[in-house]
Structure formats: C-alpha cells, structure tokens
Design a protein around this ligand. Structure first.
Ligand SMILES: NC(=O)c1ccc[n+]([C@@H]2O[C@H](COP(=O)([O-])OP(=O)(O)OC[C@H]3O[C@@H](n4cnc5c(N)ncnc54)[C@H](OP(=O)(O)O)[C@@H]3O)[C@@H](O)[C@H]2O)c1
Length: 302
C-alpha cells in the first residue's frame, strides 16, 4: 500500500481556523461518493460553490464527466472523477492508490453513496441485502480506514457520513437499510469522540425523506412516507450538511420536523418505534393520486 505520507499536503490549518475563512476552505480537497445524483450531487455543487477541489466517485463515468464540467463552471478549481462500484470490496483501495499515485491529498471525505430495498425481510433476496451492507457500511469503513490516518498525522481533516433519521429507529419493511444507517450513525458518533483533540472531525448527516432518485430505486415512492409527509429538497439537505461539516458538528438533522422526529426517537421504546415506522412504509391507500418528483419540486418552490 502506498504510504499516505507521500501525498501532497496543503497549508496547515486547524479546522477551526478554516471555518472562519471562506477562502481558506479552498485549500481543502473533498472526495464525495455517490456524487452523480441526489444528495451527493447537491453536496458536490455546495462544495464547488465554496471553491473546493473535488474528487467525485460514482459507478458511471459518463455521468460523472458531465457533472464535472458543470461543477468547474460553478466554482470548483479542479474536478477529478473516478468511476467505481463501491459494493466491490477492492474499490476503496483502488481509489486511494489512484489518488496517492497522483499526489492528491484528501482533506474531506464524504461517505454519501447508499442504497435500500423495501419489503419484508424474507421477501428480499439475500444478495440484495448484502449489496446494501457492502455499500452503506463496508465501503464507509474501508474509505475511512484508508483516508483517516493521513488526516490525523496532519492534524486536519473532516469526515461527513451520510446516515439518516432511519438510523434512530428499527424499520420494518426496510429492516436492513435502517440497521445499516443505525450502524453509520453509531460509528460516526463514536469516531467523533475518538477524534477529539486530533484536529479531525466526524459529522453524521441524518436527512429525513428527501426528493431524490432513491425513492424509485428503493421502491418507496408510493409509500405513506413520500406521499403524505414533508419531503425535503436535496439542495436544502446538502446545504445543511455542508454547514454542519464545516462547523465540526457531531450529528446534523436537517429540517425542523426531522429534528423533532429524531429527538423523540431517542426517548421512545424500540418496539413502539418499530410499530410507528412500519406504517410509513405501507403503500398509500389513496391510489387516486400519487405525488411524483414534479409535485414535490413545486411544493418546494424549485
Ligand atoms: N432520499 C432520502 O430520502 C434519504 C433520506 C435519508 C438518507 N439518505 C441517504 O442519502 C444518501 C444519498 O442518497 P440519495 O437519496 O441522494 O440517493 P440517490 O439519488 O439514489 O443517489 C445515490 C448515489 O449513490 C451512487 N451509488 C449507488 N450505488 C453505488 C455503488 N455500488 N457504488 C458507488 N456509488 C453508488 C448512485 O450512483 P448511480 O445513480 O449511478 O447508481 C448515486 O450517485 C444515501 O446514503 C441514502 O441512504 C437518503
């Protein structure tokens, strides 16, 4: 393995100093997984707007290249794209080695890529469950394990782990997804404590329902969750995530309604939570009208 020490270091600044200056943030290069759509795409735009050099990771090269030129126009001084399937266990090491070879040092790691499958546990193929765990957990661990040591050595760096409000409760109909996000949330909070006084921070971003392609991909668009509850725009989630990361917050829950939900989840018994959550993943009874992305967009004034 290539030693992280050979990577080019930017000017030494503690995260707190960087926070105070918008221009100082320009020196911080961010690697964002799942950058080709949804929250990851809007996080990438947020980083670009603040002038960060970027490394974008997602499975499809052509999609990333299109986004890269858009982000350069938006303000990113440099955009590198790496097409990788993060469900493959060797992908994180390949990404790390490619960047090390080109002396690209990562100051900010954004573990955003994630997936889910809706249905009763016994109805879902075991390979689909394992795919979710590989992407939502294993890739997060491997990338963090690879990029964190150099951050600690340089006494500066930031990690943003995209968890979910799903991490606060068991999720019947989405059992493996909720369990995976509980892992990410717990891991991120523990890591944040371990990192105290190292100059490196870890932030768990816990969005509630957000209007992205995740709805179709996970089979949840027609559920009560997306048809009947408040759904946030991905750009609002991304903005909140960026601000929380740069402020070094441990846990960020965007949106007032989601904050109340997350807080109440810390107080209620697990069995009550599981029953409550089961209801939100039921197909809506009102089949005469289904909210789609256009209607959700209009509701946000987008
Ligand atoms: N949407 C919500 O309601 C919601 C709520 C809370 C938390 N989250 C979390 O937010 C994160 C982003 O989700 P999103 O809503 O923005 O979903 P999305 O629009 O589906 O975006 C997911 C991103 O991850 C990429 N990805 C999927 N499989 C991958 C793989 N095997 N290797 C590398 N990249 C892969 C996707 O690329 P392709 O498009 O090419 O597959 C895409 O860029 C996830 O961790 C999700 O769990 C979402």
């Amino acid at each position: 393995m290539t030693s992280p020490n050979i990577l080019v270091k930017g000017p030494t600044q503690s995260p707190s100093r960087v926070m105070k200056s918008e221009t100082a943030a320009i020196t911080e290069t961010a690697l964002i997984t799942g950058a080709s759509s949804g929250i990851g795409l809007h996080l990438s735009k947020e980083f670009a707007r603040h002038g960060h050099p970027l490394v974008l990771v997602a499975p499809v090269a052509t999609e990333l290249q299109e986004i890269a030129s858009e982000l350069k126009t938006a303000g990113a001084p440099l955009v590198r794209t790496i097409a990788k399937d993060l469900e493959k266990p060797h992908s994180p090491q390949e990404i790390f080695d490619e960047l090390a070879r080109d002396l690209i040092y990562i100051d900010i790691l954004v573990n955003n890529a994630g997936s889910a499958h809706r249905g009763k546990f016994w109805e879902i193929d075991i390979d689909d469950d394992v795919s979710v765990l590989r992407l939502n957990i294993e890739a997060v661990l491997r990338l963090t394990k690879l990029f964190l040591p150099a951050m600690i050595e340089n006494r500066r760096g930031r990690i943003l782990n995209v968890a979910s409000v799903a991490g606060f409760e068991p999720g019947p109909q989405m059992a493996v997804y909720h369990a995976s996000k509980a892992f990410v949330l717990s891991f991120s909070e523990a890591l944040a404590t371990e990192l105290a006084d190292t100059g490196v921070t870890a932030t768990a971003l816990c969005p509630g329902p957000t209007d992205t392609d995740f709805l179709e991909k996970s089979g949840t668009l027609g559920t009560r969750l997306f048809q009947k509850t408040n759904v946030m725009a991905p750009q609002h989630v991304a903005k909140a995530g960026y601000q929380a990361l740069m402020a070094g917050e441990r846990v960020a829950v965007p949106g007032v309604a989601n904050k109340i939900i997350a807080f109440s989840r810390r107080l209620l018994p697990e069995a009550t939570l599981a029953k409550m959550t089961e209801r939100i993943y039921v197909d809506t009874t009102d089949r005469t009208h289904e909210r789609g992305h256009e209607e959700l967009k209009a509701a946000h004034g987008r």
